[in-house]
Every structure is written in C-alpha cells, then in structure tokens.
Design a protein around this ligand. Structure first.
Ligand code: OGA
Ligand code: NI
Length: 361
C-alpha cells in the first residue's frame, strides 16, 4: 500500500522473502528473481587482475612532517584515482572490530522469529531488511541486511536495535563512537588535501550535527553465484563510508574503468570510500565510485558499512572555494533528505542519482 502524503513509501510492494531462508532451501538453483541480466553478472575472468585498492598506514599522519605529507599525498591520490582505499593503524581497536562483526554474525544466525521482530519498511529502512527499492517485480540482490541510525541522537532509537545478542547495543554504541571519531579525522584529511582549512568539509556537512548510520550486510551462501550479485552496482549516497569487511571472505568489487577489481580483505583494516555528497561538496575533485558485491557458493559473508552523512536538512552544494571561473559549480544544491528519497524509491542503480544532480549547462 502506498501513502503519498509525504512522498514516503509506507510498505513493500510484495511479501518479503529472506535470502537466508532461500539459501537454506535452494540446493542447486536460485529463483528467477535473483538472476541478473547477462551484462550485470560477475565476470568469470575475475581475479586475473591482481590490482588492489591502495592500503594506507594512517599512523603516518601523526609522524614526522615528511611522513605526514607523504601519507596525505597517498590519500589524495587514492581519492582521485580510486575513490576507495584501505586504512590500517587507524586507531580503532582490533578487538572492538572483531566483536562488532561477531555480534552481528550472531544476530543473523538467530531464529527467523527473533529477526522478524525487527522487520523493516521502506519508510525509514531501519531494522531487518531484504531489499532496497520498492519497484514491484524488481530483480533482487542475494543479501539480507540490518539498517540502523547512530546519529543524530533524535533518530537513535534503541528499540530499533536488536536486543539480542545482549551485547549488541553496547558494542554498537562503542563502535559508533569510535567510527565517528575516525571519520572526523578523515574529514580533516580530505579538507587539507582539497586545499581548504581543515574544518571546512566537516562544517559543510553540518559540523557537529552530521548523521551516521550503519548497514550490516549478510550475504548467505548461494548455489549459483555466477548468476547473481549480493549487492548491485551503486555508489554510496552519503558523505563517506567506512566498511568493516569480512576478514575471511572477499566479495566487494570496485569499478576501475571497465573492470571490476575484487578487494582483498586485510585483517583489521577498514575500507573507506567517497560518497555522492563529498563528490558534490568537492565539486567532483573527488568522485564516488561504483561498487558491487559478489557471493560465494560455500561461504557466507558479513560486512558492516558505516555511513557518515551530512545533516539531513541543509543544502549540499559545491564548496565555494572549489568553484572557480574555469571550474564552475557542477551540481545544484539539494538536501540529503531529498536525495535519499530517490534512492529509497528506486534501489541501487549505479551512479544515476548523482548524475541527475548535474547543473544544466
Ligand atoms: C554498502 C556496500 C559492500 C560490502 O553496504 O553500501 O557497498 O562489501 N557494502 O558489503
Ligand atoms: Ni556501498
């Protein structure tokens, strides 16, 4: 049922099927709804290429001046060339990272009835979900997820966070606190690299009033991984994403020209990527890059994507200092609330959302 009062979809267009339960039932085939058109399927020659996104040691930022400037430069190049990089020595405790992933893995292994108590709707997406977008009959991705808000405090609602495992709320509180700190540090780095005062990017996102939310992705085993995707190609709508990947199982693929590069997991690293809002703020000096996830026939995969977003009701537009006579503003202003509504209706579709923001010139 649709309620168009506020343009927000109220419910899913058809009954939700948990991919995890399909995975338990399907032996050697998958339902047609999960079969992607040929052009979207994972390429079989994957891994022929050993390219990897840059791995950057953040401890360099706090070392000697030379080390600091070379670290800044590595990040700058990674932002321009890849839109993605991995960071090590980032200051978040490895134990906390392991605990966070472990806790969420336990959640997904709880009985279906427990998880169903948190079943989400497309109105806010908070809770346990199995699809993005509300197009009836859409081809679906091979994953379940849990989505929750961490900031602003007005949206943080413990009732929408799982009560079990019992450590979940406490662990995620601490994880959120640490990741917000880490993202604050990275915002300074981006500012400096863009030639701005160090607090400009953070201020443009709303200063202290930024938003932060997390999607925990669960990719069950899939008997026909060559026919489907765990998550279709998309760019992340927010400011920046910090992903804690499964340390045993690869799956994330990043677009590099016409190729898809599979990110090799590094234990206790985070994978950082630029989102659409930083593309807009930076006037396309940095671009949000398309990525997708492939699945496996013999291994499940868990990942935690932490989204660092602008305050949702302020206009996001290119930062004034980055608009120059030879580089006019490439995007028109839009609030993140408005922007996100597109995606909530249409689901993941490459970079079409940020492209649609281009100023008519
Ligand atoms: C995402 C995402 C990648 C992964 O949640 O936006 O891109 O590896 N996740 O799960
Ligand atoms: Ni993503």
């Amino acid at each position: 049922m649709m309620n168009n009062n506020n343009n927000s979809p109220q419910d899913w267009p058809e009954p939700i099927v948990r991919v995890q339960s399909l995975s338990e039932r399907c032996r050697d085939s998958i339902p047609e709804r999960y079969i992607k058109p040929l052009s979207d399927r994972p390429c079989s020659e994957a891994d022929a290429d050993d390219a990897n996104i840059p791995i950057i040691d953040l401890s360099g930022l706090y070392g000697e001046p030379d080390e600091r400037s070379s670290t800044l430069k590595l990040i700058s190049e990674a932002c321009k060339e890849w839109g993605f990089f991995q960071i090590i020595n980032h200051g978040v405790s490895p134990q906390l990272m392991d605990m966070a992933r472990q806790t969420w893995r336990q959640f997904f292994h709880m009985p279906l009835e427990v998880k169903q108590q948190y079943a989400n709707s497309p109105k806010t997406y908070e809770g346990y979900g199995s699809r993005l977008g509300i197009q009836k009959g859409a081809i679906l991705d091979w994953s379940d997820y849990y989505y929750l808000h961490y900031l602003p405090l007005s949206l943080k609602d413990y009732n929408k966070w799982p009560a079990q495992p019992s450590s979940c709320r406490e662990v995620f509180d601490e994880y959120g606190r640490e990741l917000v700190k880490l993202c604050g540090r990275l915002m300074k780095v981006l500012s400096i690299n863009l030639g701005l005062e160090e607090d400009v990017v953070q201020k443009s996102l709303g200063g202290e009033d930024i938003g932060a939310c997390m999607r925990v992705n669960f990719y069950p085993k899939c008997p026909r991984p060559e026919l489907t995707l765990g998550l279709s190609s998309h760019s992340d709508p927010g400011g920046m994403t910090v992903l804690l990947s499964d340390d045993q199982v690869a799956g994330l693929q990043v677009r590099k020209g016409d190729n898809w590069i599979t990110v090799k997991p590094v234990p206790h690293a985070f994978i950082v990527n630029i989102g659409d809002q930083i593309q807009v703020l930076s006037n396309a000096n940095y671009k949000s890059v398309e990525h997708r996830v492939i699945v496996n026939s013999n291994k499940e995969r868990v990942s935690l994507a932490f989204f660092y977003n602008p305050k949702s009701n302020i206009p996001i537009e290119p930062i004034k200092e980055l608009v120059k006579p030879d580089k006019p503003a490439l995007y028109t202003a839009m609030t993140f609330d408005e922007y996100r509504l597109f995606i909530r209706l249409r689901g993941p579709c490459g970079k079409s959302h940020v492209e649609s923001l281009k100023s008519p010139r």
